[in-house]
Write a protein that binds this ligand. Structure first.
Ligand code: BTN
Length: 247
């Protein structure tokens, strides 16, 4: 991964650039990194704050030969790659909140946005977008997010070189991606579980038209989330948002 890298000063979103490159035939492993995004986007059409020079705003083009419905597993594999980088380079123990958030000390440090182009049963390409807050100070974080978001600098007091972190993520992702392609999701699952956040705790689950309290049980062999309600009824979720009471 990263044999071909594109660096940009300012973009709307590295996702859009990556889509364009992929449509134009960019090879597997092509990476787009920007210093600043003016229209960074998160999951569920939320904006993603991408302050100039403060974080890692990066999109990776993958061309896996898997069924389109398995693409979300790549989000989980990417989350593992990020937590491994955080451990080896930054010496912090970050946790993964299903499906795509990386938490450090109970605040969100990074997010992953996976987008895909598929034709019937064939994936043309997948874009893994990663946003990691690295060197933001408290004043760089919008007031409305102070309670929920953080940066590596705020948590460790250290300033990190973004290039070093990027190199390490790409290395970690390459390892876990190869294992995933060769052995399937089982190669990712145990690593994911080691870093999983709030397992065995009560959380709130939100789907498109429902919201309820449940126990976080784990993930299935295909990466779907397993939750259990008060009457011990288990449900398997492929798409949902989880949260918990803060304070
Ligand atoms: C989320 O937590 O909702 C996902 C956030 C993903 C942000 C990254 S930053 C690089 C890439 N470009 C974007 O516009 N979004 C992703």
């Amino acid at each position: 991964l990263g044999q071909k890298m594109y660096y940009r000063n300012q973009v709307d979103s590295t996702q859009s650039i990556a889509h364009q490159l992929a449509r134009d035939g960019a090879v597997h492993g092509t990476v787009v990194v920007a210093d600043e995004q003016v229209k960074g986007r998160g999951r569920l059409h939320r904006p993603w704050h991408s302050q100039k020079g403060k974080g890692i705003w990066m999109s990776i083009i993958l061309r896996p030969n898997i069924e389109p419905q398995r693409a979300p597993q790549l989000t989980l594999a990417s989350a593992v790659a990020i937590t491994r980088m955080l451990k080896s380079v930054c010496h912090v123990d970050a946790k993964i909140k299903w499906p795509n958030d990386i938490f450090l000390h109970n605040r969100k440090l990074a997010g992953i946005l996976t987008e895909m182009q598929a034709e019937q049963d064939l994936i043309e390409y997948v874009i893994i977008g990663m946003g990691i807050n690295v060197n933001q100070n408290q004043t760089d974080i919008p007031d409305s997010l102070t309670e929920i978001a953080t940066s590596l600098k705020l948590e460790t007091g250290e300033t990190f070189k973004r290039e070093t972190l990027i190199q390490s993520i790409l290395k970690e992702l390459e390892v876990i991606y190869d294992q995933y392609i060769q052995q399937g999701f089982s190669a990712v699952k145990s690593h994911w579980e080691e870093a999983a956040y709030r397992m065995g705790e009560t959380i709130t689950v939100k789907t498109r038209n429902q919201k309820w309290d449940a126990l976080l049980v784990g993930i299935q062999d295909d990466g779907a989330l397993i939750v259990e309600d008060q009457t011990q009824n288990r449900r398997v979720l492929y798409s949902a948002e989880i949260d918990w009471k803060r304070g």
